[in-house]
Ligand binder design. Sequence first.
Ligand SMILES: CC(C)(COP(=O)(O)OP(=O)(O)OC[C@H]1O[C@@H](n2cnc3c(N)ncnc32)[C@H](O)[C@@H]1OP(=O)(O)O)[C@@H](O)C(=O)NCCC(=O)NCCS
Length: 218
Amino acid sequence: MAEVIEIHALHRRVDLKQECCELMNSQWPRSNTARLHSLDKSKDELPYSMVMTERCGEKEIVLGHSRLCKVIGIPHAVLVESVVVDKKRRGEGLGRKLMDLTEEHARNMGSHTMYLCTKDKQDFYQHLGYKYCDPVNTLAAQMLETCDCPMIGCDDTSSQGKTSCSTKCAESCNKESKMPKELPTNESPVPPPPPPPPLPPLTTSQGVVVYWLKKSIL
Ligand SMILES: CC(C)(COP(=O)(O)OP(=O)(O)OC[C@H]1O[C@@H](n2cnc3c(N)ncnc32)[C@H](O)[C@@H]1OP(=O)(O)O)[C@@H](O)C(=O)NCCC(=O)NCCS
């Protein structure tokens, strides 16, 4: 009989909650009560916990979890956190499947950009098309439980980043408009500047290094 991979809203499949709790606690140990309390927050708006299952006939097992959370101040943006695949089933393409299904759901909710934060899975996410970015402000339910550090998105660094960026852009535009339209023929054209280096990781107040990444999911 063929196995079918499915994704469910946890709040619509409360029968899967305990198994999901055990899966998450096997990765990030917490008390059962605390974990269930955070999973209970899942709702049709955000935070929205998704549980990935494999069904074979009557049998259904939990294989993974992800959670979408609100990003403050950026239209059509969403954050994904607590992405985990059952340890016994890693390396089979299920992490990619979980992220694909999570992005699909986020897109259907009207999101255009997905953000995330990680302390050590940046290569995995880059492999899936995510690029380094500035931190964002979020209402993540368990923000960085995956990183074991407190929320670091609430210091408004993202808006500061935007201000300085747009200032730089304006300066650069002004400079360009003052340049001669055509270079003298005896001078070779100025080569374009090299691409900026990837954004460095951030260190939180607890000394934990984290990486922020984002991807267009349109
Ligand atoms: C990260 C995690 C979800 C990946 O799940 P997975 O099922 O093992 O990943 P997949 O098998 O779907 O891998 C998909 C692709 O990513 C690659 N990949 C997987 N883990 C990777 C890693 N750590 N670094 C770089 N690439 C990685 C695979 O080689 C595969 O490439 P391919 O599709 O080109 O062959 C899983 O390892 C996990 O649950 N880890 C613990 C929880 C965790 O740290 N979550 C992230 C919190 S930020």
